[in-house]
Design a protein around this ligand. Sequence first.
Ligand code: PMP
Length: 368
Amino acid sequence: MRTTTNLVTELKTVRPRKAVLEMPEYHPPLAGRDALRLDFNENTFAPSPKVMERLRAVTGEELTKYPEREPVERIVAKHFGLQPEQVLLTNGVDEAIHLMCVTFLDADDEALISTPTFFMYDVNIKMMTPHLRKVQAGATLEFPFERFMAAITERTKLIIVASPNNPTGAVVKREHLLAIAAAAPHAVMMVDEAYYHFHGESTMKDFATAPNLIVARTFSKAYGLANLRVGMLAGNAELLKFVRKTGSPYNVNGVALACLPAAIADDEYIAWYTEQVRVGRERMMNGLRELGVPFFFSHANFVLMNIGPKHKALVETMHTRGVLLRDRSTDPGCDGFVRITIGLEEHVTRGLDALAASLQEIEWVPTV
Ligand code: PMP
């Protein structure tokens, strides 16, 4: 007889797709983040007060409705000087990456990334194809342009490059990005500009000359909306039409859609927050020089430090002092590296003070 018990036993034997069994998992250390959050490259403060105002005005009726993305896509497109068909709002760049992979990658296609980089590329690509080519950066962690170009093949279908990159903070020159796109006209090239505001150079003005270029932007970082989950893909309308097919029409929730126009309209807030980060980043890098901690020059809202064998002890000690850092030592080529997020001036001060005290407490000495 088919009882509930043996039904459960039978279900245990159900296997996912082979690709899912084999793909890596991404589990960011999310538990217990009630401290100064210098671990996830979030905005360390709050979004624009105009966003908070809109949020407070959300009505019960608004919550009962399925979200309508298109009117907000029109507003966002206008803001960025694009046509509405050139913009697709997504549930964060995380979903944008997922949709790009689902839309463009067949199982025998190749995808190309450099490492170290944002791990979600790996996860989403492997979901679709085992043919992921990774080009490892050298010791400086600068983008390995020549070797990357050489890794393009006729089977390359999707190329993803983050600029500024996470966790390195390195940027890829615009000419280099365009050269990659031009060298692979048979592939889609996604430039992940999640950290755009902290650098200022974009390939969003190059869509006319690079028809295979798609740019991803997030509202999680400078705009401070990580919890609302909203990002975007911008670029060739023909390509985005395919991506639109693979996603849900309700992928971005209505609260995020209600707040987004207020967020992008407040230029003054973005200018203020990014200036805080730019100044804070200089202070952090100078502070690290004074402490003798080697680091990688950053163009983003974080700095990657080379702590060496005591990386774990540093992260733990900082935690006891109420400051969260992100251990990146398991990233390729990052053994002993720890990342610290740059936020408001006072947060940088607290971060630096806690770093100085923690390094002393763990009796850290430079290893390089
Ligand atoms: N791209 C990069 C390079 C990132 O570092 C992150 C967040 N850590 C994301 C995308 C994801 O952004 P979102 O919150 O929009 O999903």
